[in-house]
Design a protein around this ligand. Structure first.
Ligand code: FES
Length: 100
């Protein structure tokens, strides 16, 4: 079982995830207020999230398109990623994802 914790609006919600789905899909299926404005096409940047520092190194490096979008976002940090581009793996068990 892969547990992902989403933090938003002062709440913390634990969700059981399935390997192979994206973080954006997981959020949408569980009514987490994360907007996928371009439907996961890596164009809009609306699905930006913050990954906890402990788990960021388990994620593959962003592809060129994702990096390009992230660099254009004013709130971008070293822990920022686009949820539509993160495919969930077992290594992500216990990961904390902050929305907003
Ligand atoms: S949904 Fe548009 S970049 Fe992720």
């Amino acid at each position: 079982m892969i547990k992902i914790t989403f933090k938003y609006n002062g709440k913390s919600v634990d969700i059981n995830a399935t390997e192979g789905q994206t973080l954006l899909q997981l959020a949408e299926q569980n009514d987490i207020p994360l907007v996928g404005g371009c439907g996961g096409a890596c164009i809009c940047g609306s699905c930006r999230v913050e990954i906890d520092p402990e788990h960021i190194s388990f994620l593959p490096e962003p592809e060129f398109n994702e990096q390009d979008i992230l660099e254009c976002l004013p709130m971008c940090k070293s822990t920022s990623r686009l949820a539509c581009q993160i495919v969930i793996t077992k290594d992500m068990d216990g990961m904390i994802v902050t929305v907003g």
